[in-house]
Design a protein around this ligand. Structure first.
Ligand SMILES: [Mg+2]
Length: 267
């Protein structure tokens, strides 16, 4: 963490502001990557830190992921009775009915459903015939091709072919992540989700942590002076701050939780 002092100052400011929205990506922020996407479990204590934050008056917490809602709930072990909002499929799904309504503009239309079904069938045929080493993940608004752990040329070829197939389906959004290609019919992104959620809870200050290109949609839309955006890891970013890795992200959330609790105790 090269810019320790400025982050601390920004955390102190956010911690004394209410309503406060604390939103974070899952993979590469709360949880280190794993060759098997279903084994990507959170840094110990990180989810409990979110629970402590969510228990404070005026503090709203969300996990925003490209994963679908069911998978996100399984991996985080955040129960549906807990006051933490889960936002899945890059802003196309939410665990909260009210938040879902706020994100209504991002809904998948019946036409999108037809496109998705055709796309699924074409991608399944492609992988079966030419790229059997790749994994397919079917989501409610997307088809995802995973090539993590494969030799680079094998993965690159699968990604390139899947991208070509996607181009045959108008309206499909292509999102390239780390060893992953997501083909989505949703018009939502993490930026539209975080800003919709922020409006929903009347957030004065908004915190967002993310590591991947899809998180840039949130970073670029969070330009208010009170916004605190944190990029996890290397690479160019529109975020104002940066930490090195998932444990450093967990430490930052812990620090924020401590500061928020102290602000709460002192009134
Ligand atoms: Mg991520």
């Amino acid at each position: 963490m090269s810019a320790v002092a400025p982050v601390e100052e920004a955390l102190e400011r956010a911690a004394t502001t209410r309503p406060l929205l604390v939103a974070t990506d899952y993979d590469g922020v709360l949880a280190p990557f794993d060759a098997d996407p279903m084994q990507a479990t959170p840094v110990p204590g990180a989810v409990d830190t979110l629970r402590s934050l969510a228990a404070l008056p005026g503090v709203h917490v969300a996990v925003v992921s490209g994963r679908d809602l069911v998978t996100l709930r399984t991996l985080t072990e955040i129960g549906d009775d807990e006051p933490i909002v889960l936002i899945g499929s890059h802003g196309a799904e939410s665990s909260s009915a009210a938040v879902r309504e706020a994100m209504e503009a991002a809904a998948v239309t019946p036409e999108d459903e037809v496109t998705l079904a055709e796309l699924r069938s074409d991608i399944e045929a492609l992988v079966k015939e030419h790229h059997s080493e790749a994994h397919i993940e079917l989501k409610s608004a997307a088809v995802v091709v995973h090539v993590r752990g494969l030799p680079r040329e094998v993965g690159d070829a699968a990604i390139a072919d899947a991208r070509r197939v996607a181009l045959d389906h108008p309206g499909v959004k292509v999102l390239k992540g780390k060893s992953v290609l997501e083909l989505s019919v949703s018009h939502a992104d993490k930026g539209s989700a975080v800003t919709a959620l922020g409006r929903h809870v009347d957030a004065v200050a908004r915190v967002y942590l993310g590591d991947d290109v899809t998180d840039e949609d949130a970073f670029t839309r969070m330009r208010r002076p009170d916004d605190l955006t944190v990029k996890v890891g290397t690479g160019s970013t529109a975020a104002r701050y940066r930490v090195a890795d998932e444990p450093a992200a967990a430490a930052l959330l812990t620090r924020l939780q401590e500061l928020c609790s102290a602000a709460h105790v002192s009134g």
